[in-house]
Ligand binder design. Sequence first.
Ligand code: ADE
Length: 282
Amino acid sequence: MESKLGSRLPDYEVIKPLGRGAYSYVYHVKYRSTSQEFALKIIEKQVVVQKNLTNRLLNEIKLQKRLNHPCIVKFYHSFEDEDCIYLVLEYCAGGELFSYIKSEGRLSEDETRMLCSQLVDGIDYLHNRGILHRDLKLGNLLLSEDRTLLKIGDFGLAVKLSNYSEERSTLCGTPNYISPEVVNRQPYGLAADLWSLGCIVYGCLTGNPPFESPDIQTTLLKIKDMSYSLPNYLSDDAETLIRSLLSWNPDERLSIQDVKNQPFFKSQFFSTLDTRTLQSPT
Ligand code: ADE
């Protein structure tokens, strides 16, 4: 893929590969005429057709294009050539929260609060617009270079609630973060993202998501049985937040508004972050 990129993308300088998704490659690129840096997501059309992903990709573009929030990776534009579709996205120089946690072991409660309050702001923005992300996980959260700003990325599985009646029992998302109602193929709604938020907070504070296992089947069984343990170094506020998000019954789970009022987030001011940007778009 990399060797052919230079000739395909004369307007961009390819700086380095950033990662590979299930059906895409992401590169750090510089737009030559303005020197602005972006993350360029490249999807091979052949793979999209083979894997029947056309609707998923069109949905991702349509949804992410309309979003404009400091805690969500900005979608600038898309273009295509004969073989590939290209999504030009905001570049987050700090990489994935997943990699940051792996390098640190685990995060302090203060750092978790600072990063997760931005995640809560981003989810609030999505849920207010009836958008369910469905794949919130440490690997889909991106950081600024100094790791103080967090942005939600990858809208490949996101759905707008009005379009989603036929989708509501589809098993999707990454096994470690999916809720019992999704595992049990029950109808699900916004509360499924709140379960994932609980797994993310747990992952920040302990280093691993709560139901992680060597194989997918064991992870799914652990989720169904609610089999997880809370280490004793967690504060009471952190423990209460995690327990109330990892509630088996989605109707009893905290809503995003409830999360903002949790004692764990007591010192955070939500939605006061709107003036921040990682880099100013030209
Ligand atoms: N990896 C995937 N998407 C990315 C982005 N927007 N910025 C940095 N790294 C990424």
